[in-house]
Design a protein around this ligand. Sequence first.
Ligand SMILES: Nc1ncnc2c1ncn2[C@@H]1O[C@H](COP(=O)(O)OP(=O)(O)OP(=O)(O)O)[C@@H](O)[C@H]1O
Ligand SMILES: [Mg+2]
Length: 511
Amino acid sequence: MNSNKMSGGRRRNLLLPYFIVHLARFLLAYQALRTYDRVKIVGRVLFKWLVVFYVPVYVWLASNLLKFFWNWDGGPAESVLPFFVGWIPLPFFHPISGSVLGWLLCGLVGVAWLLVSSALLNVVVERGVAFERLEEKWRRACLHVGLVTSTNLIPQEEVKEFPPVISVTPNSFVVQSKGVTPEMIQEKRTELSAAMGLFLGDVGFLKQPDGATHADLLELTYSWHDLPAMVPLRNVPVAESGKVVAGLSMQGWQWLSFEEMVHLGVSGESGSGKSVFLRSLITQLLVTEPEAVVVGIDFKGGAEFAFFENLGNFVCVDEYESAGAVLRLVFAEYQRRVALIRGSECDSIYQLRLSQGLYLPPVVIIIDEAAEFWQSDKGTARVVLAEAFGFIDKLARLGRFAGIHLVVCTQRASADVIPTQVRSMLTTRVIFKVSQKEDSIMFVGTAAATKLRKIPGRFYLRAPDGNLKELQAPYVTKAEAKEILLRRPHAAPNGLMESFREKVWHNRLAA
Ligand SMILES: Nc1ncnc2c1ncn2[C@@H]1O[C@H](COP(=O)(O)OP(=O)(O)OP(=O)(O)O)[C@@H](O)[C@H]1O
Ligand SMILES: [Mg+2]
């Protein structure tokens, strides 16, 4: 290639595409900045961006333009070509000139660089704007909701302090605590979100790389969009065995592992989505752990669960006689498992499975409408009641390591509804929207659940360590659950299940 022989006309032709490319670049930059409302911030970011991206470009361009005009007749005209590519390393493009292919290539590289630089620009702008916008929003919101602590270092003056923002990423920001605790933020989360015009997620002390937490730095996750109001169960990934997806949080899917949790408590006002949550839990469990045996205790007529009976290892009971009979069998199974575990060096059936390959399916006892179970004795004999309650009590205290788990669901979780010794074993808790502060405080220790948005299926998951996470539960209708369960691989016949069925059917026939 001989660039020195390039004619002046051809060189002038090069300028047009160059200017078009740069014009497009500016338009894209303008478009990126236009979406942000605050002119002052835009100005500042634009300035930073000019320094970072454009000063080197223009220095370089200026020197080349000089050369270009200097050598208008027969100079090293190829120096014009790298104009396309701004300031990326020149040697790659230096030899390309003259041929049509070379031009084409330069054009392509120019367009590619245009796209890359716009993307980079967007990142820089987003970050810059995110920090400044977020900081201002946070400061205003803190003052608005009164999230400030007072210091009286100067006795005459009360100085109000609020947690200053330290750093911002696209989905979280870190603030200095200044006496504010994660619980205080959690309780004001809804007001803060509304005042900031975004959605705050989890709040907690910032984790250090070694897993320890900073004592004075808080990390808050946020999103510009709320969680979706509807998460169909068919869009939920299938979990590994023994795990189920509790819901979708701002950080993605949240799993519950039966092995890790002791027992699960579910609370929330009428219509908040408790029964649907249980339905999704059962459906997922029967899919991921087909051998698992589920006992559904539903004293509201058994309407919620009955349809699972033909779809897997599920037995539904709706009165004390059957409940007592089934729970007696579960307890016998518990004793058998305890003997097995005692005879080995393991601590639980889960370890037994790992070390000896002995598989004992988890047994999950689900009580919907716990108030109906513990309070409605409708003329039932005392011994029958005492037996059913006694088994639940024992299994709550002892069941976990034998793989027997309780899920207790109730509108209100006061001591007159669920006996205290059972309630204290429900270490993992799910709370849907409630209207009474006391109901929320009683169940999860803060009033946060009264502030949940009134969306069915929206809930807080309280892990055993006390951390609250907002989630949207997967939605599944009975028809869909049936369809899903009919499609899954068939479970092998299960001795425990057979004996349950015998008992329940026997009782039903007798009734
Ligand atoms: N995860 C969800 N996503 C979308 N909608 C839901 C979800 N969960 C529940 N709903 C809607 O809310 C309605 C009531 O839900 P559900 O029957 O589970 O309430 P509940 O808390 O069990 O009430 P109750 O205490 O009266 O039994 C459902 O019929 C459904 O339309
Ligand atoms: Mg219900």
